[in-house]
Design a protein around this ligand. Structure first.
Ligand code: GAL
Length: 399
């Protein structure tokens, strides 16, 4: 009898052990169980009770008319769902009021977490107060959300570095030397949407690299348009950038003035500027044209020699960081740099607690690394990595 009881007991214990190991293996490989001690500054952002996998995530994207967001939304949805969460994904046609409504609906639907790429970085403080009241934490995705402490974390690329890379590309391509004033070059600037907090970081990064050459008179701006508000492009719209640039060419380049550089903050604006140069610029020289995002039409222009470079940002990885961060938050953790150390991510990412102050204090940020892509490294950086596949002569984004 004792032997039988002992045998039964051993069997029960063995069964219990098996149950534990299965639980561990089902957790996302990058989310570890050890709750890191957080150095993240306390914010009002709600700390949720940990919904079991199967919680609901509200993902609010700006628009489908700017190419990359289609990929961001798809990656976020796919990756959260792969972890057992349901996703409410919205696109708000670059209409800030519509995005507020979409987020209000998500709050009413009792999502457990909000992931928001803001259309108007300064237009969400009211609706996010409702999120705090409903104990729903928010992650600012790619674009910082201002004037609200409802934002627990920010995930993006190093936006200032994006601009620096564009500026440095111009310096390297023209072989600018601040001590060599024997030759001067004409440059025109096109920046992004004033409502987008990123736009000023991109522009400032590029401007800071080029300023010594502007000050030295090596780089000249025939239109005189340098201040951010003079060169900004509301909603990042291609047509707006094209129209402005056609006016600049007509006003300042019609009598044979040479244009050497068109510094554009991203690909949707670069596409418009390239169209204006193709149709209205009389000069025979190849204009150095910058961009950002790796939009398919712009990669085709790079292959055809119409655009010089783009700064590529692997948004698939930006989604990976956001999903792992979101899951850790939903488990009641307060992630910090340790999330990166234990993540197993195959890409670089830094944890920053200095750069991004949204007027309510520093927002702890996970920043990924942007890459310069030209015709020389496009195959290696975009196709061999699997982010794009070649479709005939031109690359197509994967996913
Ligand atoms: C920025 C984003 C860029 C670019 C731009 C227009 O916020 O960081 O990658 O896409 O919006 O969508």
């Amino acid at each position: 009898m004792k032997k039988v009881l002992a045998l039964l007991l051993a069997l029960v214990l063995a069964a219990a052990l098996v149950a534990c190991s299965t639980e561990t293996s089902s957790a996302s490989p990058s989310a570890s169980s050890a709750a890191p001690t957080s150095s993240a500054p306390a914010s009002d952002a709600a700390s949720p009770s940990a919904p079991a996998a199967g919680g609901k995530i509200g993902v609010a994207m700006p628009t489908k008319s700017l190419e990359r967001w289609n990929r961001d939304g798809a990656f976020l949805k796919k990756q959260f769902e792969a972890q057992g969460y349901t996703v409410e994904l919205t696109y708000s046609d670059n209409d800030a009021t519509k995005q507020v409504n979409d987020i209000e609906n998500m709050i009413a639907d009792k999502v457990d977490l909000l992931v928001i790429a803001a259309i108007d970085s300064q237009g969400l403080s009211t609706v996010l107060k409702d999120a705090v009241d409903a104990k729903i934490p928010a992650i600012a995705y790619d674009r910082l959300i201002m004037d609200t402490s409802a934002v627990a974390y920010y995930v993006s690329f190093d936006n200032y570095t994006v601009g620096k890379l564009q500026g440095q590309y111009v310096v390297d391509t023209l072989k600018l030397d601040v001590n060599d004033k024997s030759k001067t070059y004409n440059i025109e600037f096109t920046a992004g949407d004033p409502a987008d907090n990123n736009a000023r970081f991109f522009y400032q990064g590029a401007y800071d690299v080029l300023k010594p050459f502007l000050d030295a008179g090596i780089l000249k701006v025939p239109s005189g348009q340098i201040a951010f508000d003079q060169v900004a492009t509301p909603k990042w719209t291609t047509a707006t950038a094209m129209n402005r640039f056609q006016n600049i060419l007509a006003s300042f380049y019609s009598s044979g003035t040479q244009l050497d550089v068109a510094l554009c903050s991203n690909d949707s604006t670069s596409l418009g500027v390239t169209q204006a140069i193709q149709s209205d610029y009389k000069g025979k020289n190849t204009v150095v044209i910058t961009g950002q995002d790796g939009d398919e039409a712009n990669l085709a222009n790079i292959i055809d020699g119409k655009q010089s470079m783009t700064v590529y940002k692997a948004v698939a990885n930006e989604a990976v960081v956001t999903v792992d961060l979101g899951i850790a938050m939903l488990k009641g953790e307060k992630p910090d740099g340790a999330l990166i150390d234990k993540s197993g991510w195959k890409f670089s990412c830094t944890f920053d607690t200095k750069t991004y102050d949204n007027n309510t204090g520093i927002i702890p940020s996970y920043l990924l690394v942007p890459t310069v892509v030209t015709i020389d490294n496009l195959q290696k950086e975009l196709v061999d990595t699997g982010y794009y596949k070649m479709d005939g002569k031109y690359p197509k984004a994967v996913g």
